[in-house]
Write a protein that binds this ligand. Structure first.
Ligand code: MN
Length: 205
């Protein structure tokens, strides 16, 4: 079975006016689909069996395929994993509960300060990539990754060092239709559509 575009748990219009319908539709049906198509092609070409996408990301370094193919696979399989993660972290009208508020307090003093740090780092990130809140042991950290890299690619001796609990797409295709050059407005709009229930679920996982 090759990778398939995951269905969203909501309509493209459900995140309006923060994430607009047209961007959501193109982002999901064109950009994400393209990463999936390319991933499937590369796997087929190199006779690699389909495994869960996150397992594939963890195994990337150990695959014995030409370096050019590996780079292509990293970008496209990463794109599939990142976008699959992203759709699930989006939902309007959720709030961080006390567990999350306390964790953010421990790591960033308070929710507002966490948001400020996240926004600042996202805004100053140059080029295409992602910003994440990752869980490493029981600590939280804000990091960015280039291109379609995913935090779980940062591993040591094949051991998972961290995993994301929040992620925001910083590629221009994620916001340009609505926000054009106003990246900061896009980043701020994220707080209105961040699914805190999912964040809690991922944190407790
Ligand atoms: Mn994207």
């Amino acid at each position: 079975m090759s990778y398939q575009l995951p269905k969203l748990l909501y309509e493209y219009s459900d995140l309006e006016p923060f994430f607009d319908t047209k961007t959501m539709e193109i982002h999901h049906t064109k950009h994400h689909q393209n990463y999936i198509n390319n991933t499937n092609l590369i796997l087929e070409k190199n006779n690699i069996k389909n495994i869960k996408i996150n397992e594939l990301l963890l195994k990337l370094d150990n695959l014995s395929i030409p370096i050019k193919q590996k780079k292509l696979l990293r970008n496209n399989a990463g794109g599939h994993a990142n976008h699959s993660f992203f759709w699930k972290i989006l939902k309007k009208n959720t709030k961080p509960n006390n567990i999350i508020l306390n964790i953010l307090k421990d790591n960033f003093n308070n929710l507002e300060n966490f948001k400020k740090n996240f926004e600042k780092k996202a805004l100053s990130f140059f080029g295409s990539g992602w910003i994440w809140l990752i869980k490493k042991n029981n600590l939280l950290k804000i990091i960015t990754t280039k291109n379609q890299d995913n935090p779980i690619m940062n591993k040591k001796n094949n051991k998972l060092l961290n995993y994301p609990i929040i992620g925001l797409d910083l590629w221009e295709h994620a916001y340009y239709l609505k926000y054009q050059n106003q990246k900061s407005l896009y980043i701020k709009s994220f707080w209105h559509v961040l699914n805190w229930d999912r964040v809690l679920y991922l944190f407790l996982k």
